[in-house]
Structure formats: structure tokens, C-alpha cells
Design a protein. Structure first.
Length: 342
């Protein structure tokens, strides 16, 4: 029986995230009145994971991430979901330790062997990350859903937040953008086999360089680029700071075929939702720019800021690790908007 998983879900991948404005409304008035002194990062910020301090400068990292299918193949869906969830640990500068699965499956619509394939795909990625997929929880749901809850560790001095940028920092990005556009093309039956291979390669590549970045004191802030797009996650890095980011559009790596799809107006619905939420803080987006820079990514790359005095050292470090990267902009003060594209 041929099954295309994307046909069973309204949205796909990180594009199914609840809109930021709606999420803020949901969370309004839910802040705990109890103070947990060991909780270093909780839900009062928009960071990638929660962090609790233990003893002797050790910290535990906890995160969860799950979504509806972004691809038709069940095994690939499991791999992408796992890589995406584990990324939140790396985005804190941490090391993943263990994962448990979150599975929602429409038992009467899709045979269970496809659910088994999803879990096997996740196991493959967990093995690559060096962690066990140690259990989980499942429900019978209307749409297929899969993801992981991941536990990690980090030394307190190596912990990286997403909003700790400094003036004149250089911004680095470790994967090209355009993944949401390719997922939209796939759902419409427009993506060629060779382009799917590019999409899959990027989305299952682990962001494990984040663990190494956490050990470098000249790396000031890290996040990963997912459902709110490049612009949205960069804005989160700037939130509650005095800084702005100036980004060179030509410097941001974009998957080539994604550029062609934007000319055909192939893009996820949530791209415009992202833009509507972010546009008042942005200048310099013209024509079709918003379709790329507000494109919701799934298992996108790390976006991080580096002290400009250590630029050469950073470049050498990444090259020695054979890590793809692009330098896309810098952190400035005194700008009219939070995010300026040039």
C-alpha cells in the first residue's frame, strides 16, 4: 500500500507551529508565582530549551519538539524529526544524553508498519548522536505526529543563550535556508528526486557542532533556525537587547532550487504568517525576499554570534571541522529597525 504521509496533515514540519501572537495569548497569565532558583532558563524567555543547574557547575538541558509529516516517507520523517529535536540541545552549547519518543498515529488510516518505520528512522539519528532512544509515549490521533523529548547536559560556563549577542559580533549560519519552500514543493508534487536528496541531506544533518561552539568563550549566542524562519529566529536573538542586526542578503546561503520555486510562488502558508508577525521590526525586504527569509525551516542550521576579534580563529575552527558555514551579518547599535537587510 502506497502511503504519502503529507496528505494526512494540514501543515508540515516546523511550519505547523502555533503563530507567535497566538502562543503569547495562550501563555498570558501562566507564569508561575513560584521561584525556582536553580532554573537558569525557563519559559520566561524564547530560548531553545530549558536549563536547570545541578551541582558543581553542571546543568541539565530539557527540550521537546514534534510535528506533523514534512515528507511522505515514514523512515525519512523519523530521521528529520529526530535531528530537529536534538538540535535544541546543541543550540544551548550542550551534549545530548537521551531521548524519548512522542508518537501520535491515526491507526485506522495508516498501517502501523509506517509508524514502525518512523521510529526506526529516529533510532538511526539518535545512534548517530550517540544517545539511546529510550522509550516514549503514543496516542491514537487524527493526524500523524512524531518527535522527541531530549535530555542533555552542559557545563554552566559553556551554556549559550539565544539573546546574549554583543556589539560588533559577526553572525554565522551553518546550513542554507529554503527548506520550507522545498517541503511545500514536495507536498504539491513538484520536487524532483535530486532536489529531494538535497532537502533530506540538510534536514537529517546533526547540528552537533553546537556542542563544540559551547566550549568557545568568544561565541556569545546560539540558536537554531526553525519554524519562525531566518528572520524570526534572528529577531529572537535581538529581543530585549539594545542591538540590531545588519544582514547581507547576498551572504545568506539559499538552496538554489528554492529560489526557482519562489518565482513560481511555491511556499508554505506560514511564510506569510511569519512575515506579518515580523515585518514591523524589519527593513530591506523587497519583492520575493520575504518568501526566503521568513521561510519556516525544519531542522535548519545553527545561527550564532562571534566576537569580531576572533573571526579568523572561528573560521579556522569551522574549516578544520569541515563544517559548512556562511558569515551573514553583524550586530550593531543605533539602527532604526531591529533587523536590516542590505
Amino acid at each position: 500500500m502506497s502511503i504519502k504521509l503529507t496528505q494526512f496533515s494540514k501543515a508540515s514540519g516546523c511550519g505547523c507551529k502555533i503563530a507567535p501572537a497566538v502562543l503569547e495569548e495562550i501563555l498570558k497569565g501562566t507564569k508561575s508565582s513560584v521561584n525556582f532558583s536553580k532554573l537558569l532558563i525557563g519559559n520566561d524567555t524564547k530560548d531553545d530549551a530549558a536549563v536547570l543547574e545541578l551541582e558543581n557547575g553542571n546543568c541539565i538541558i530539557s527540550t521537546t519538539d514534534f510535528f506533523t509529516p514534512i515528507v511522505d516517507d515514514a523512515f525519512d520523517f523519523g530521521k528529520i524529526s529526530a535531528a530537529n529535536a536534538i538540535s535544541d540541545i546543541y543550540a544551548m552549547g550542550g551534549k545530548p544524553l537521551m531521548a524519548v519518543a512522542i508518537l501520535g498515529w491515526p491507526i485506522e488510516k495508516i498501517p502501523i508498519e509506517h509508524a514502525q518505520a518512523v521510529i526506526k528512522g529516529a533510532q538511526e539519528i539518535c545512534n548517530k548522536a550517540g544517545i539511546p532512544l529510550a522509550g516514549g509515549h503514543s496516542i491514537d490521533s487524527q493526524e500523524p505526529i512524531f518527535g522527541l523529548a531530549v535530555t542533555g547536559e552542559v557545563k554552566k560556563e559553556n551554556l549559550k543563550r539565544n539573546n546574549s549577542v554583543k556589539e560588533n559580533d559577526i553572525l554565522y549560519l551553518t546550513k542554507p535556508i529554503g527548506l520550507g519552500i522545498l517541503s511545500a514543493a514536495l507536498k504539491r508534487g513538484l520536487l524532483k528526486v535530486e532536489d529531494y536528496a538535497i532537502f533530506l541531506k540538510e534536514t537529517i544533518t546533526l547540528n552537533n557542532i553546537g556542542e563544540e561552539l559551547g566550549k568557545l568563550n568568544f561565541v556569545n549566542a546560539i540558536t537554531d533556525v526553525t519554524g519562525f524562519g531566518f528572520a524570526g529566529h534572528l529577531l529572537e536573538m535581538l529581543e530585549k537587547t539594545e542591538y540590531s542586526a545588519v544582514v547581507s542578503k547576498d551572504a545568506v546561503p539559499i538552496i538554489e532550487v528554492a529560489k526557482q520555486f519562489t518565482k513560481q510562488f511555491v511556499f508554505p502558508d506560514n511564510t506569510t504568517r511569519n512575515y506579518n508577525a515580523q515585518s514591523e521590526f524589519i527593513s530591506g525586504l523587497v519583492d520575493l525576499d520575504l518568501l526566503v527569509f521568513c521561510d519556516p525551516q525544519t531542522s535548519g542550521g545553527l545561527l550564532f554570534s562571534v566576537n569580531a576579534k576572533h573571526e579568523n580563529e572561528m573560521d579556522k575552527f569551522l574549516n578544520d571541522k569541515n563544517q559548512f558555514f556562511a558569515k551573514v551579518g553583524s550586530i550593531k547599535t543605533g539602527q532604526e529597525k531591529k533587523l536590516i537587510f542590505i
